[in-house]
Write a protein that binds this ligand. Structure first.
Ligand code: DP6
Length: 363
C-alpha cells in the first residue's frame, strides 16, 4: 500500500454528531532496534518487536461535532484525571501530521482522557502505547464515518497514523511480533506501517517473558527524538543500519527454528549497539547507569553458571528488560527477586510478557 491509500475521501460528517471510544493499547519492546529516521518518520532500518501485555495505555476519546468546521484543532487532554497542558504541543503536532489522512479532525471538538498501567515516571516509553491508543481512537471515528473499511485496513491505517506520532507506536497495534520497515526478506513489509511477523513462531517464544527492572525512574536527559537526529552524520550510521537489517534476516529464522542461543546473541548485541550509537554520537551521551551494568553482568554470570536462556535488552534509557522463556519462569523469577531487584529504584520492577495487541474497550 502507498501513502495515498490512507487518505479518507468521500465522507459525510453530518452522519456522526458525537460519541466516545476507548482503546487499551500495549507498549512494545524492540528486539532489533529502530534508531535513525528520515522525514516523515521513515525508519533508516527495519525493526522488530514483541508486543507487551501488562504495560499499556488506556485512552478515551470523546468527540462532538462543531457547528462549523474551524481553523484549528480543538482538544482538551487529561492524563490520569488531571488536565495536562504540557502534552498539548505533541498532540497538536500529531494532528497536523495526520490531518491530510483524516480530514475530519477540524470538524470535531475532542476530549482525550488517558492513563497508563505503569507509573508515569517509570522511564518506560509511553509514546508507543500513548500514540497508538490515540491513533486507534481516531480510526474508530473514521469507521463511524465510513463503516465499509475492513479490519485489515483499519489496523494498517491505525499503525500508519501512530507512526506519524511516534515511530515505535506503529508496532503497538497488533501482537505478538511486529515488523516495521521495508525489508527484502519480508513480503508486505513497509516503512509506512507495522506488519505481523509472517511465519509460524516457534514454541520457545510463546508466552515469552519480559520483566522490566526500573533502574532509573527519572526523566531521560536525552529524548529519543534527539537521539534519532544524532544519527544524521553519525560516523557509524551506515554500518549500524546494515547491521540491523542483517540482524532482521537472522532473527526471522531464529524465531521459526527456536534457536534460543542465537536469539540471545542477536538481542543483546542489538541493545549494546543501540547504546554504542549514543556513546559515539556528537555530542555523545550515556543513558545507562551503573546499576544497568551491574544487572547485565549478573545476568551473564547467572547464564554461565546455570545454562539458563535469560537475556537482556535495553531501550533508550537505563531500565533493563529481562527476557526469558516461559519454561524457565520459576528459576529466573527467583534469580530476579534474590539478585537483581536490589539494583532497581525502590526495588521497583514490572512483570510483563508477550501480548496480543490493542483492544477496544466498551464502557
Ligand atoms: C530505542 O519511537 O520513541 O525504543 O519516532 O522519535 O517518537 P520517535 O522515537 P521512538 O524511538 C524508539 C527507539 C527505541 C528503539 C525501538 O523501539 O525500536
Amino acid at each position: 500500500m502507498i501513502e495515498s491509500d490512507f487518505i479518507l475521501k468521500d465522507f459525510e460528517v453530518l452522519n456522526v454528531s458525537n460519541g466516545s471510544v476507548t482503546w487499551k493499547t500495549p507498549s512494545n519492546i524492540a528486539l532489533v532496534k529502530y534508531w535513525g529516521k528520515q522525514e516523515p518518520q521513515i525508519p533508516e532500518n527495519t525493526s522488530i518487536s514483541f508486543t507487551l501485555d501488562a504495560c499499556f495505555t488506556l485512552t478515551n476519546l470523546e468527540y462532538t461535532k462543531k457547528e462549523k468546521k474551524s481553523e484549528d484543532f480543538n482538544f482538551e487532554i487529561f492524563f490520569e484525571d488531571k488536565k495536562k497542558e504540557a502534552f498539548k504541543p505533541k498532540i497538536q503536532q500529531f494532528f497536523q501530521r495526520i490531518e491530510q489522512y483524516v480530514p475530519f479532525l477540524k470538524d470535531y471538538d475532542f476530549v482525550i482522557k488517558s492513563r497508563n498501567s505503569f507509573p508515569h515516571s517509570s522511564g518506560i516509553a509511553s509514546s508507543a502505547s500513548g500514540m497508538s491508543a490515540l491513533a486507534l481512537c481516531i480510526m474508530s471515528l473514521e469507521k463511524e464515518l465510513n463503516p465499509t473499511i475492513s479490519e485489515e485496513y483499519f489496523n494498517k491505517k491505525a499503525s500508519f497514523l501512530a507512526r506519524l506520532g511516534s515511530g515505535s507506536a506503529c508496532r503497538s497495534i497488533e501482537g505478538e511480533l511486529i515488523i516495521w520497515g521495508n525489508h527484502s526478506d519480508i513480503k508486505g513489509s513497509s516503512d509506512l506501517f507495522g506488519v505481523k511477523y509472517p511465519y509460524e513462531i516457534h514454541g520457545n517464544f510463546k508466552n515469552y517473558h519480559d520483566t522490566i527492572l526500573l533502574v532509573d525512574e527519572g526523566e531521560k536527559q536525552v529524548s529519543s527524538t534527539v537521539g534519532h537526529q544524532l544519527m544524521y552524520n553519525h560516523p557509524f550510521a551506515k554500518q549500524r543500519f546494515n547491521q540491523a537489517n542483517n540482524n532482521i534476516s537472522k532473527i526471522l529464522e531464529v524465531l521459526q527454528n527456536g534457536g534460543l542461543k542465537e536469539f540471545i546473541a542477536i538481542v543483546e548485541s542489538e541493545a549494546l549497539s543501540l547504546h554504542a550509537m549514543m556513546m559515539t554520537s556528537n555530542p555523545y551521551f550515556i543513558l545507562m547507569k551503573p546499576n544497568t551494568l551491574k544487572i547485565i553482568s549478573k545476568i551473564w554470570e547467572f547464564r554461565a553458571k546455570t545454562g539458563s536462556n535469560i537475556c537482556f535488552t535495553l531501550d533508550a534509557g537505563a531500565n533493563v528488560h529481562v527476557l526469558f522463556p516461559e519454561k524457565e519462569k520459576e528459576i529466573v523469577n527467583n534469580f530476579i527477586i534474590s539478585e537483581l531487584i536490589q539494583y532497581c529504584q525502590e526495588n521497583h520492577y514490572i512483570c510483563d510478557r508477550i501480548g496480543q495487541g490493542a483492544k477496544q474497550i466498551t464502557i
